[in-house]
Design a protein around this ligand. Structure first.
Ligand code: GLU
Length: 582
């Protein structure tokens, strides 16, 4: 079949949906392209692009742009992210880092007031937390280097959803209510997402003409429409003079037109580790996600988790995570500013040494950072661990997975940082500005202190695993620092415990991030699993909360693919697979 004929055939494909393999978990299997996102409209946008002959990159941007409409508190063009791409023809994995950067006005003391850390919540809901958004530049790089379609083509489905509107879901209404206080500080945000001071009721059709206009301008003029000209000026203005409601005062920020015009995405090599026969590709710095997941997997490799009682195996998983977090918190930051000991942290020899610090019987105390320097390629790198501190971390974000018929894969996590980001909708353009700068450590010395042009350390961890040189699965999740534990736990559930991916995603999540308590989800406390772990010394965080919202695709041995989304977290996700026309 010629390429053109194949495209035509693809355009006529039938979407095969096999939902609810397990109660509530969207699962779809077939032999064509696949998509898993947390939004039905976003998955449909990706499918529409795949059906028109677009590849996984084209479809991923289409889905992401739609998520910016339907899940605007989690993501959008006012933020940034990390896209991992498996290029089937070249059999290689690359990543597009489009993390927000600190404006040129930033200094290490930008979040210090009177010798103390600025108030976290007040900083978050302000112009001061806004970094230079990277998403549009990231989409541009991904499309122009690895895609086949134009902005105009891939933004069309999202423009449709933004103009025609979408029905407010229960999850959306709840998000509005939970973030009402922050969003209503700003008139532009109140006007878009609230009516008479209240969250829009369930079923209301929410249109976003401002965002449709922003997307149309990008579709017509490319990324410049975002980084130069009126849209850029509107962002600069919103940061300098946030559109606050009467009587409200928030901190202003200093974002310049030059900061926007000079923004660049980075094409970076992934980090890689091996785990029980899989090659696991992770996102490199400035995200700590790939390194922390990789180090924890290296630690876990020393145990036969399958043979252990479930509580003991989960204990080992949590201790591996604890140690990986101690190292992450001490060493990792933007690689263009800090010489982090990545090779040492990911070396198998370092893992063997570090494993000796794991207590196989009992929950450990807070761990100190290890010393990866003897395991570095260049052991002379003169940096020692800094005191590890857990910054306040206040999820959310979104993750999506797409694959196409040619075998290309996109694992994409992107964000505006907290729910609703800074809370500031850019007047006239319908998108929320990020608060990504609160991902810096507010005070040092620490590798992750704020600096002009620097990218704050992230936890985002889109992951692609190969086996025998062929794609095996891809997974990722939102959830701030819990992203790392969700990805790690899902891999352990799938690879070690042999759970099918839907079960691996559905399982209750445990997130140990080198703290005295471990985060769990509602309903976990009091379960047999919880009681068994309590006997090993575990204590649970006081307020159980939903952890993450994973999406995954499994590449089955028979050549078919299985897309999996969430059945209950963050509403309900959507998994679709094309049925290929032969
Ligand atoms: N800002 C977070 C990070 O980059 C992601 C946002 C979240 O999920 O909280 O790690």
């Amino acid at each position: 079949m010629t390429h053109a004929a194949r495209r035509l055939a693809l355009a006529c494909t039938i979407v095969l949906i096999v939902p609810f393999a397990r109660a509530g978990t969207p699962v779809a299997s077939g032999t064509g392209g696949a998509v898993a996102t947390i939004s039905e409209q976003a998955s449909q946008s990706a499918m529409a692009i795949l059906d028109k002959g677009g590849n996984a990159v084209d479809a991923a941007v289409a889905a992401a742009a739609t998520l910016g409409v339907t899940d605007p508190y989690s993501c959008g063009i006012g933020g940034g992210g990390f896209m991992m791409i498996y290029l089937a023809r070249d059999k290689r994995v690359i990543t597009v880092d489009h993390r927000e950067t600190a404006p040129s006005s930033f200094t290490p003391s930008v979040f210090q007031e009177n010798g103390k850390d600025s108030d976290f919540d007040a900083t978050l809901a302000s112009g001061a937390s806004v970094g230079v958004p990277g998403t549009v530049r990231g989409w541009h790089e991904a499309l122009s280097r690895y895609g086949t379609m134009s902005f105009k083509q891939v933004l069309a489905p999202a423009i449709g959803v933004a103009s025609k509107g979408f029905a407010v879901s229960e999850n959306f209404r709840r998000m509005s209510a939970e973030n009402q206080k922050k969003l209503q500080l700003f008139t532009s945000s109140s006007a878009l997402y609230f009516k008479d001071g209240k969250p829009l009721p369930l079923g209301t059709v929410l249109k976003n003409p401002g965002l449709a206009k922003a997307y149309r301008e990008i579709a017509a003029q490319g990324q410049k429409a975002f980084y130069q000209g009126p849209m850029a000026r509107a962002m600069v203005e919103a940061v300098a003079r946030p559109p606050v409601a009467a009587g409200v005062r928030v901190r202003a920020g200093k974002l310049s037109m030059a900061d926007l015009a000079n923004y660049e995405a980075r094409i970076r090599q992934p980090v890689k580790t091996t785990y029980r026969g899989y090659e696991v590709y992770g996102i490199p710095l400035p995200s700590s996600g790939g390194i922390a997941v990789g180090e924890a997997l290296n630690l876990l490799e020393g145990y036969n988790l399958k043979a252990l009682p479930r509580a003991s195996a989960e204990h080992v998983y949590m201790e591996a995570s604890r140690l990986a977090f101690a190292d992450r918190n001490a060493y990792l930051a933007d690689p263009e500013y800090v010489d982090a000991p990545v090779a040492g942290l990911l070396s198998k020899e370092y893992a063997a040494r570090r494993r000796a610090q794991m207590n196989a019987e009992r929950a450990g105390p807070k761990a100190l950072a290890g010393d990866p320097y003897p395991f570095q390629n260049d052991p002379s790198v003169p940096q020692r661990p800094q005191a590890a501190r857990l910054m306040a971390d206040n999820a959310h974000t979104t993750h999506l997975a797409v694959s196409d018929k040619e075998g290309n894969i996109v694992a994409y996590t992107f964000t505006i940082e907290s729910w609703g980001g800074s809370g500031i909708v850019v007047p006239g353009y319908g998108f929320l500005l990020n608060n990504e700068m609160t991902d810096f450590d507010f005070s040092g010395p620490h590798p992750n202190v704020p600096e002009a042009g620097k990218r704050p350390r992230s936890s985002m961890a889109p992951t692609i695993a190969l086996k025998n040189g062929k794609p095996a699965f891809t997974v990722g999740s939102p959830g701030g620092a819990t992203i790392i534990t969700t990805v790690l736990q899902t891999i352990v559930n799938h690879v070690d415990f042999g759970m099918p991916m839907d079960k691996a995603i559905n399982a209750p999540r445990l997130s140990q991030r080198n703290d005295v308590t471990t985060d769990v989800e509602p309903g976990f406390g009091g379960s047999a699993q919880a009681l068994a772990l309590e006997k090993l010394g575990y204590k649970w965080a006081a307020k159980p909360q939903e952890i993450g919202a994973a999406n995954a695709i499994v590449f089955n041995a028979d050549g078919s693919v299985t897309a999996v989304s969430e059945g209950k977290r963050h509403g309900v996700g959507s998994a679709l697979v094309q049925k290929s026309a032969n």
